[in-house]
Design a protein around this ligand. Structure first.
Ligand code: NCD
Length: 354
């Protein structure tokens, strides 16, 4: 343990509510590390920018206006864990705002392979860029990066967590909630809705971040549908209890709860995380897949979502059902991520006033 390890270990002993203060500056969001940082005011601001960006970008004049906003800034995408959507949507979001981007997608071509610590790599990246977006298999890498730059260096650049191990994926939650919010626009919004999450809830960072984010909405209920071995972890459940967000656990079959849901959020088995060889194969998940024949059980006003990639948990025959929202959800990722970056860099007023 070096001195930074010791200091970070001390920091991590603090309750989450205190830790997340380290990721604010002058009362504003600076880094985006955990869903718990987002309150309704920030969420509404980001969604307002998202809506406006979608409109403005329809014209060439509008796109050029947006591209001018952050054309003096550079972003670095440090993505050493596989990614298609998150990487591309962040890259597109940066380019939409005029930011130049650089990337490391393979640790074996960086100095990490020569034995450089993550801390030193981070400080190096921060020398050249104004924003660092991180996807990493380590649960604490993004949090440590933000902590390190904010408290141990004189070049604190914002850090965005693009997926940290099996812990959190806050920008996915942001785009998921935006998708829900838009889908329920004519049904009184997300307040009062029942969100069913299904699949590998134990190791799925998307469903964890989504659960935390839902605490910002009124009278929402969650149903967790998964075999016992893949059920939601205790830390998220006790968070929901503390925030009086009711949840129900279903361990037998998706079919038992499908008709209750306003949104069905499917996820794949996360066998890249904490897996002893073939562990997941021992669990019978056959009753937790969505088949075309199940669709008659799903409310006509409900939406089907998935963070993707999918394996076979949603049959492709469902893609043509108007309730399938996953392709739109994917595209919403680019808009909401651009809006988040605009919020962090404080150019939201310009966008809203365009
Ligand atoms: C998710 C992830 O990486 O956590 N994908 C994504 O970012 N859209 C979900 C997954 O990989 O299953």
């Amino acid at each position: 343990m070096n001195i930074l390890d010791e200091k970070f270990a001390e920091f991590q002993k603090l309750p989450t509510e205190e830790r997340i203060e380290c990721f604010e500056k002058d009362g504003r969001l600076f880094d985006m590390i955990r869903s718990q940082q987002l309150n309704r005011e920030i969420i509404d601001d980001i969604y307002g920018i998202t809506n406006q960006l979608r409109q403005i970008s329809k014209t060439k004049t509008g796109s050029l206006f947006v591209q001018d906003l952050l054309c003096h800034k550079q972003a670095m995408l440090w993505f050493t864990q596989p990614s298609s959507r998150t990487f591309l949507s962040f890259e597109s979001a940066c380019h939409m705002l005029g930011m130049k981007t650089s990337e490391i997608r393979d640790a074996s071509v960086s100095s990490e392979i020569k034995g450089e610590s993550h801390d030193d790599s981070l400080r190096t990246f921060s020398s050249y860029t104004d924003l660092i977006i991180i996807r990493h298999k380590g649960e604490n890498i993004a949090e440590r990066a933000a902590w390190l730059l904010n408290t141990q260096t004189n070049r604190p650049v914002p850090v965005i967590n693009g997926g940290s191990g099996s812990d959190q994926h806050p920008t996915q939650a942001l785009l998921d909630v935006y998708t829900l919010h838009r889908s329920f626009e004519d049904q009184g919004g997300l307040d009062g809705k029942t969100i069913l999450m299904c699949g590998d809830l134990r190791r799925g960072r998307t469903v964890r971040s989504l659960s935390y984010l839902l605490k910002n909405f009124e009278d929402v209920e969650i149903i967790y549908a998964a075999p016992k071995a893949f059920q939601m972890k205790e830390d998220v459940c006790s968070f929901l209890e503390r925030h009086k967000l009711p949840y129900h656990i279903e361990t037998e079959a998706l079919g038992n709860v499908l008709s209750k849901a306003d949104a069905v959020y499917m996820t794949r088995i996360q066998d890249e995380h904490d897996e002893a060889a073939g562990d997941s194969d021992q669990v019978d998940i056959s009753r937790f897949k969505l088949k075309p024949s199940d669709m008659s059980e799903v409310k006509s006003t409900a939406v089907i979502m998935h963070p993707f990639p999918r394996r076979d948990e949603i049959d492709v025959a469902i893609d043509s059902d108007p309730r399938a929202m996953y392709w739109r959800q994917e595209r919403n990722g680019m808009w909401t991520r651009a809006a988040l970056i605009a919020h962090i860099f404080d150019v939201h007023e310009e966008i809203l006033n365009y």
